[in-house]
Design a protein around this ligand. Structure first.
Ligand SMILES: C=C(CC[C@@H](C)[C@H]1CC[C@H]2C3=CC[C@H]4[C@H](C)[C@@H](O)CC[C@]4(C)[C@H]3CC[C@]12C)C(C)C
Ligand code: SAM
Length: 373
């Protein structure tokens, strides 16, 4: 073959490979986001690397830093979601959480069932107003509204997610039932006693003090309303004197913008302190539930492919440079999360079901008060 023919063949093959990597394999599982559309939320291209460095230096020692400057946590969590939202959508889907694997069922089904369980636990029904505390781009909100017919109002600190969630709501025809607002769940822009139910899926772990977000949820619920949360916690198997355990938990905190994971046995006491009655509390990851971390482990080849895709896109200046660093951080985080799941020291689905009592606790004169907020 002539040299020019060889060169042409090689060029066409390379172009075909790039096309396959970027446009075909690079499409999200839910086809919501493609690699070529990766942005870094509302951060401008030239600021991505700086923002990533700032995030990393804040969360490198998550617990100490967040304890010393807890008021800064929501802003850094916002930065984190600017950096990761598109990568999450591209490589995971529109629901930013884990779910127990179910033999013979797809990840998409397992995710939806884990979300529908929330609707069932709080008895959501048509005509009710439910708040989704930390709603992401609204995967759970759409599943819960579709299942229950309830009106769901989601709140997220990240403006970019608000835009994505609203676009998905419109596209799925659920925008009459689903609403999204930008705000801090530690100071929600809602009146007292304005919701018939509430839920949070893998979101309150971002609060520096769980009591603050629980108190705020308690405030916006009507007396008698139910609240369910899937919490990220350290389990009873954790040993503080085991360096491998310590490294795993710190790795999870660092790569997920967490100001210190809580222990499983702290959650119910905090809910009661916020004024809730605790109706049920369970780790949904315990057998017979299938392991939630298998999806993360199975994705290793895809992550390697994704690494090539983001590196190529950054090289071609289609994606901002910092995207490679963010992707690497997520790869590391996936390793720590899988390890935490496998050795049983961490769960992302410690479920707590609470009710705001009809009557507030006794007043000083010993008589129960009518519960208002
Ligand atoms: C609840 C939270 C997020 C949970 C998960 C949705 C995400 C945790 C780790 C993320 C990922 C890790 C590896 C990425 C991979 C390297 C990339 O190629 C494709 C996306 C990932 C799979 C990404 C997807 C989302 C997670 C699983 C926290 C933040 C409280
Ligand atoms: C891991 S995502 C989960 C999103 C959604 N629950 C889901 O399962 O798809 C966590 C969410 O909590 C939100 N969040 C974190 N801290 C917040 C805060 N202080 N106020 C409002 N939202 C917050 C993030 O913006 C993000 O949307």
């Amino acid at each position: 073959m002539e040299t020019s023919a060889v060169m042409w063949t090689a060029a066409v093959a390379t172009a075909g490979l790039i096309y396959w990597f970027v446009w075909v394999m690079g499409a999200a599982e839910v086809k919501g986001k493609r690699a070529v559309d990766l942005k870094m939320g509302s951060i401008t291209r030239d600021k991505v690397q700086d923002k990533y460095k700032q995030y990393w230096s804040f969360f490198r020692r998550p617990k100490e830093t967040a304890e010393a400057s807890s008021e800064k946590v929501p802003a850094f969590v916002d930065t984190f979601y600017n950096l990761v939202t598109d990568i999450y959508e591209w490589g995971w889907g529109q629901s930013f959480h884990f779910s127990p694997s179910i033999p013979g069922r797809s990840h998409r089904d397992a995710t939806r069932l884990h979300e529908e369980r929330v609707a069932d636990l709080i008895g959501a029904r048509p005509g009710q107003r439910i708040v989704d505390v930390g709603c992401g781009v609204g995967g759970p909100m759409r599943a819960i509204a579709a299942r229950s017919g309830a009106h769901v109002v989601g709140i997220t600190i990240n403006e970019y997610q608000v835009g994505r969630a609203r676009a998905h709501n419109r596209k799925s025809g659920l925008d009459t039932l689903c609403e999204v607002v930008c705000g801090n769940f530690l100071q929600m822009p809602f009146p007292d006693a304005s919701f018939d139910g509430a839920y949070s899926i893998e979101a309150t772990c971002h609060a520096p003090r769980l009591e603050d977000v629980y108190a705020e949820i308690h405030r916006v619920l009507k007396p008698g309303a139910l609240y369910v949360s899937y919490e990220w916690v350290i389990t009873a198997l954790y040993r503080a004197d085991d360096p491998d355990h310590v490294e795993t938990i710190q790795g999870i905190e660092r790569g997920d913008a967490l100001p210190g994971l809580r222990a499983h046995d702290e959650v119910a006491a905090i809910a009661r302190k916020a004024g809730f009655e605790v109706l049920d509390e369970r780790d949904l990851a315990r057998p017979p539930a299938g392991p939630w971390w298998t999806r993360l482990k199975m994705g290793r080849i895809a992550y390697w492919r994704n690494h090539l895709v983001v590196s190529a896109l950054a090289l071609l200046r289609i994606a901002p440079k910092g995207v490679v660093d963010v992707h690497e951080m997520l790869y590391e985080t996936a390793r720590h999360l899988s390890r935490g799941g496998e050795n049983g020291i961490f769960t992302p689905m410690h479920m707590i079901l609470c009710r705001k009592p009809l009557l507030a606790p006794k007043a000083e004169d010993g008589n129960p008060q009518e519960s208002s907020s």
